[in-house]
Ligand binder design. Structure first.
Ligand code: WT7
Length: 654
């Protein structure tokens, strides 16, 4: 083990793997050099991997200049994303399975949806949307479980030029209402219930609550999935399945400009309300398709499984758009890794002969705790590449994944990227880049990472470097703006380090030029691979009538990666009780969703503030980490004694 606790090993794919891979080490080196030396030529050629209605005559037109940030790729080309993901495969793949849907209950049969069936169902859904008045440029919010209708809805929007915005089915009615309102959506598509892990979430009833806070004209399209009874509003609610059955089975696709928005996806920032990340059509699809093929070494006929939910960007790029643009067979899984038992992932891998398996470290850690016998029971010989995403993968989890799931023969691709980046930024290509456990390794084609000194904002030229991670130039999958707020977009990503896209992550580059992501350096925390703004949790807490003030930080958590630690100052005279603690946990759950529920709540009679009233989060983070011996300079605090009080009553003593 090296000093930093990482295994020092370097792992390469087998000779056989390398010989058959899309990209080997020499090809990576040559292609990477070409991609950064002449992006126009490189991406001009890569653009041809998708079908254009009108070909582009320019490739890259981008500026990272704060005040004038503008990102355009293939800007005079036209295309349709749905046609690229479906229609163009009709000649050679009409009867190939596009989507394997694996339901929550293993007792229910899986569905194999061919490209021909995907076309018909997408068209029917598109016709339903059109009948409801949805037009090009309109926003459609999708609040669905992991069911085939979610894929049909995404592709139907793309087909008619509507902009979808998926809200993860684990979000609360309030969070849903905020997203419907911010995007000014005309329609929300939901289901009666979302079964997961044998339990059911009442999506329709959540949507009913959300719509109380939205424009009366918003229509609600309901997929009757479980068939359980729900409230029904005759003038507002539409039975999607019935309408689809009655709709025409074909719907022409519309010609979209490369820079027309494809989707909005809300994600947490370090301040304020969630940000509506906007991705557009041409560049996004080229990038999603290329990364899906190369990062996972996807070969024709392979079965690809990304275990994410379509409510996150991972599901957009690596369940739907990337794989389908490549004519792949992609799995959509409705359930959870531990239902009905801790062998479910591996049972599904064996059942569908999965070749590439892509999941998050938090899932691996939770399964690791259940013992290897759950893996060993199943035949995993079809697996060829394993992927990891969402947070740095710790060496124990990496070793377990490699040994028990990959049997030592599957390269592990540790993919670093973000909602904002559309696709992988830093990742091994399995046949080209040897892995070091815990490192995302090297940049993807066209990506120019730089490590900056956060104090001086200067680029560190030496190979070995430590600092913050920025990207020096644009790539086609990059977000274009924040919905309705371009100024906030520039402020959030281009203001702090001028001329660069700032990821918000810390990073180390080792002597071999490998990148090691060290985690967020802003007030964003990463809970089970899900991003949470501490400011969002704080504003939920202070919305409670008994809470005067709150400060939220992350702390290391064995399974989740980071847990949510909330310091809460109560209103004068309110008694701090365990019952109140429960009440606040449930309050945050219902304000945002279960993923935002604080793991630890500490009653804080006072918070450490500077004389100007700014909370010193650095101190709160240290106490939450149970690392209070080195609090640094506290002399600028208005009342240094509050720190001792907080240390004495700290909740994390592990
Ligand atoms: C943040 C982005 C798009 C992937 C799903 C999460 C962290 C993501 C890795 C990785 C270390 C990672 C970063 C990043 N992250 N992948 N392989 N190694 N950290 O998307 O919700 O937009 O979160 O997740 O901190 O900034 P997201």
């Amino acid at each position: 083990m090296a000093e930093n606790g990482q295994p020092t090993g370097v792992y390469s794919a087998s000779k056989d793997f390398i010989a058959n891979a899309h990209v080997n080490a020499e090809q990576y080196a040559a292609m990477y050099a070409a991609s950064v030396a002449d992006p126009d030529a490189f991406w001009g050629a890569q653009g041809k991997r998708i079908d254009w209605i009108k070909d582009y005559s320019t490739v890259k037109n981008t500026s990272f200049d704060y005040g004038n940030v503008s990102i355009k790729w293939y800007e005079d080309g036209t295309l349709n994303v749905s046609a690229n993901c479906i229609d163009r495969h009709m000649i050679s793949r009409a009867n190939q399975t596009a989507i394997i849907w694996e339901p929550d209950s293993p007792a229910a049969p899986a569905q194999h949806i061919t490209y021909a069936q995907l076309l018909e169902n997408t068209c029917r859904m598109a016709n339903v949307l059109k009948a409801q008045g949805v037009e090009k440029g309109d926003r459609v919010v999708i609040y669905l479980p992991m069911i085939p209708e979610a894929a049909y809805a995404m592709l139907a929007c793309a087909r008619i030029g509507a902009i979808h915005s998926i809200v993860f089915a684990g979000f609360s009615p309030d969070a849903l209402a905020n997203r419907i309102n911010d995007s000014e959506a005309k329609i929300v598509i939901t289901a009666d219930f979302a079964p997961r892990g044998g339990k059911k979430t009442a999506l329709k009833s959540n949507t009913d609550q959300a719509l109380l806070h939205c424009d009366d004209r918003v229509k609600c399209l309901v997929v009757k999935h479980t068939g359980d009874q729900t409230h029904w509003s005759a003038e507002r609610d539409v039975d999607v399945k019935a309408e689809m059955a009655a709709a025409r089975p074909y719907c022409p696709y519309v010609e979209m400009n490369a820079e027309d928005p494809l989707f909005i996806l809300y994600t947490s920032g370090s301040t304020g309300k969630p940000k509506g990340v906007v991705h557009t059509s041409g560049g996004y699809l080229v990038y999603a398709a290329m990364t899906q093929q190369m990062t996972f070494d996807y070969q024709d006929g392979d079965v690809f499984w990304c275990t994410a939910d379509v409510g996150w960007v991972t599901g957009h790029s690596y369940i739907i758009y990337g794989p389908l643009a490549n004519g792949a067979t992609t799995i959509m899984f409705e359930g959870v890794p531990t239902y009905p038992d801790a062998g479910r992932f591996w049972e599904v891998c064996a059942k569908h002969k999965v070749n590439q398996f892509y999941t998050a470290p938090t899932a691996i850690r939770s399964l690791m705790g259940m013992g290897p016998e759950w893996v060993d029971k199943h035949d995993l010989s079809s697996l060829r590449v394993l992927g990891s995403v969402g947070e740095p993968i710790n060496p124990e989890a990496w070793n377990w994944y490699n040994t028990h799931v990959g049997k030592g023969k599957c390269p592990i691709v540790d993919t670093f990227w973000q909602t904002e980046t559309g696709g992988h930024l830093i990742t091994p290509l399995p046949g080209a880049i040897p892995q070091k456990p815990g490192s995302a390794t090297k940049p993807f084609f066209g990506v120019k990472p730089v490590v900056l000194d956060p104090a001086t904002a200067t680029v560190q030229e030496a190979t070995e470097a430590d600092g913050v991670l920025c990207i020096a130039d644009s790539w086609p999958g990059q977000m274009r703006t924040l919905w309705g707020d371009h100024a906030r977009f520039e402020e959030a990503y281009f203001a702090q380090y001028r001329g660069y896209y700032f990821t918000g992550d810390g990073c180390r580059r080792d002597a071999d030029g490998y990148y090691w992501i060290t985690g967020r350096v802003d007030d964003v925390i990463n809970v089970s691979g899900h991003r949470m703004g501490t400011a969002e949790v704080e504003s939920a807490l202070v919305a409670h009538p008994k809470v005067a003030e709150s400060a939220v930080v992350g702390y290391p958590h064995d399974i989740k990666g980071q847990g949510i630690y909330a310091y809460v100052t109560l209103m004068n005279g309110v008694e701090p009780t365990d019952a109140l603690r429960k009440e606040l946990e449930n309050w945050v759950r219902s304000e945002i969703g279960p993923i935002a529920k604080p793991d630890l709540i500490q009653w804080a009679p006072g918070l450490p503030k500077t004389r100007s009233g700014k909370i010193m989060r650095r101190i709160l983070r240290k106490i939450a980490e149970n690392d209070y011996g080195s609090l640094g300079d506290t002399s600028t605090l208005a009342d240094p004694s509050v720190v001792d009080e907080l240390i004495n009553n700290r909740m994390n003593r592990g």
